[in-house]
Design a protein around this ligand. Sequence first.
Ligand code: SAH
Length: 342
Amino acid sequence: MKTDIKSLTLDEIVGLMEQWEQPRFRGAQIYAWIHAGCRSFSEMTNLPASLRGRLEEECALTCPSILRRQVSQKDGTVKYLWELGDGNTVESVVMKYRYGHSICLSTQVGCRMGCRFCASTLGGLVRCLEPSEMLDQILFAQKDLGIRISNVVLMGIGEPLDNFDSVLRFLRLANSPEGLNIGMRHISLSTCGLVEKVDKLAEYNLQLTLSVSLHAPDDDTRDLIMPVNRKYGVDEVLRACARYFEKTGRRISYEYAMIRGVNDTDRHARMLAEKLKGTGAHVNLIRLNYVEERGLEPSTPRQIERFTRILTDSGITVTVRRRLGSDIDASCGQLRRKTESN
Ligand code: SAH
């Protein structure tokens, strides 16, 4: 088994160089090449040929290929379908905002959480991504588009906290000043609310934004759409969020996909308002993206407005997510799904 060198930190690569009796500065050179999106060791032209040869022999440099690339005609959102070294595929989406470019990236091939409205989970979990494979989505999207990505959201395929160690290592790599240098405050991690892992993440006291996919204020409703709720109920998740806020000082952002007649009634809004009042929480309403296989419908714009008003009247800040890339299946495993079933 070759060492997956892109998953190593700068210190670890320096350590490897020491082990190989190379000068320490070689470690920094290699790290810089890797994080500039270098595709092969032979491109690392400031290293001696003998060292390049040894790297070739003992290390692997991951390099996904672009299987499909779709550009939204409406807003320039770009969606990638990557083919990984073992032939598996994952997606990322690059969106342009006023403040810069943001990437939504995948953390697993498939997902085992089983949310009823989500396309990513239809075929279950295939495997977790390595830190290198998460980094690659940024490195090669940047290269392809000739831009710098300033913001990262872990909201693509997969449940990040179900791949905890690799995701944490990825965050460290993306955040490293010698690498992409993406500030923790420019990173959001979205989870369906794995309570023990939320507590574990709090211990690291990272300044990232934790987004929690709540989607319902009560167990009866949440049980229907998110099987994970049978393990961690709404109130248990909310208590974990309160502990997270206490420990890190970072407010939680709750995601709420509006599904017609399922979780979008005035009663749901009032219940949600009651539970979140005074917690400093932010609610991000997302009009459900219709997934063919799922048979659930998005809420009407009018109901989304009513829902928003009930929340804001209780002092809760609400944003309704803009629907970027709606013409290119730019949500939640839809592209991978289409390609696989073709
Ligand atoms: N597993 C993580 C992150 C990936 S999903 C999580 O559950 O948070 C990113 C967000 O998209 C989650 O809030 C998820 O619930 C939501 N989502 C999934 N399918 C959707 C759909 N069809 N319409 C709208 N939002 C959806």
